[in-house]
Design a protein around this ligand. Structure first.
Ligand SMILES: [Zn+2]
Length: 272
């Protein structure tokens, strides 16, 4: 038997040590789940070790524009194997392209944005400078997609709005979290599957029926699907065990667990 392939978790969250436990406890109120660690880097690394996850990607969300620069400076200090980090961005930041150039100079691979916490729709005109600059600088955009259980539907990050951005910005590397739209699977199938964007698996494995998940992976293409847990919101050991039980082919498993993220983030040379 071959050893199981290495695993990269493309969507996790940590917070500065002094606020991690408080932020995680606050966000967890009213959610139908138990956080899997205390929101700190050390807590995440322990959970990754317990799960057998080799590397991960932190996805910081700025809830106010005036937090963006501070978060990015912090994220750059955290951006080291085995936990790489995206930067933050906010649609209300006055000179977003300048901060995106700083994100690039800091060595961060891209940004995370969250349409609910940041009150925007992906296809609004005011986002154009952000999408254009990310495309020009080769920065990845990870976008929350679909419903967020903290907010009342309808959601701002609907699959149709995401599809319009993907079509409008060829060359922009776009990852839609939660397989393109939590709770909106008919819209995801109609609007997004097969388009040139990446979809992460957070809140699908363990939530969707296996047959439906496999159908979605194969309709979209396993070469554009990224294993992700949104930890601490899903439990990495439980989620990875559930993923390994799926009847994917070894090639599909390898692509989703490791190969696609390695190609996207180029972490081969960051692993020392
Ligand atoms: Zn998340």
């Amino acid at each position: 038997m071959e050893p199981p392939c290495p695993v990269f978790d493309s969507h996790v969250h940590i917070f500065p040590d002094n606020i991690g436990a408080r932020v995680v406890a606050q966000v967890a109120v009213g959610l139908p789940l138990q956080p899997s660690y205390d929101g700190t880097r050390a807590g995440l690394l322990r959970t990754m070790a317990a799960a057998g996850i080799a590397g991960s990607l932190n996805a910081p969300v700025a809830t106010r524009a005036d937090q963006v620069a501070t978060i990015n400076t912090w994220a750059a200090a955290q951006n080291r194997w085995p936990m790489l980090s995206l930067g933050a961005m906010h649609p209300d930041l006055p000179d977003a392209p300048a901060e995106l150039r700083r994100v690039k100079e800091l060595g961060l691979p891209g940004i995370k944005m969250h349409p609910e916490y940041q009150a925007f729709a992906p296809d609004e005109a005011r986002l154009v400078p952000i999408w254009r600059t990310c495309r020009d600088l080769g920065l990845i955009v990870l976008l929350h997609a679909g419903n967020d259980w903290q907010f009342q539907p309808p959601c701002r990050a609907a699959p149709a709005a995401i599809a319009r951005v993907v079509r409008a910005w060829p060359g922009l590397t776009f990852i839609a979290a939660h397989f393109g739209g939590t709770d909106l699977w008919d819209d995801v199938a109609r609007e997004l599957l097969g388009l040139p964007l990446y979809l992460d698996t957070s809140f699908t494995v363990g939530y969707l029926p296996e047959a439906q998940f496999l159908l979605m992976v194969r309709k979209h293409g396993a070469d554009r699907v990224l294993f992700a847990t949104d930890a601490p919101w899903q439990d990495p050991p439980v989620t990875l065990a559930a993923f390994r039980r799926l009847t994917l082919t070894p090639d599909e498993q390898h692509a989703i667990l490791w190969g696609n993220a390695e190609r996207l983030l180029g972490f081969g040379d960051k692993r020392q």
